[in-house]
Ligand binder design. Structure first.
Ligand code: FES
Length: 79
């Protein structure tokens, strides 16, 4: 099965699944701290609320709810 890394945790995913869905299925609800003291999380699921931002392989922040998971990538908080 394909997998990516959320910090040091390996997250398995099905081809075509988004990063946010794979994280939630693995029990990860907190996607990291936000600048206002909150926690990034899955909310709208359509790329509008910006609540689920993550960085993938050091990228600028992307919406994890609309970004397909990529094998062996390293996903971290987007803030
Ligand atoms: S959950 Fe709203 S942009 Fe991803």
């Amino acid at each position: 099965m394909n997998g990516f890394y959320w910090n040091a945790l390996r997250i398995e995913f099905v081809q075509g699944e988004t990063v946010a869905l794979a994280l939630r299925r693995a029990g990860v609800a907190n996607f990291g701290p936000t600048p206002n003291g909150g926690a990034a999380r899955y909310f709208c699921g359509i790329g509008q609320c910006q609540g689920c931002l993550v960085s993938i392989d050091g990228s600028a922040p992307v919406e994890s709810c609309i970004t397909p998971a990529k094998a062996d990538s390293k996903v971290t908080s987007g803030y």
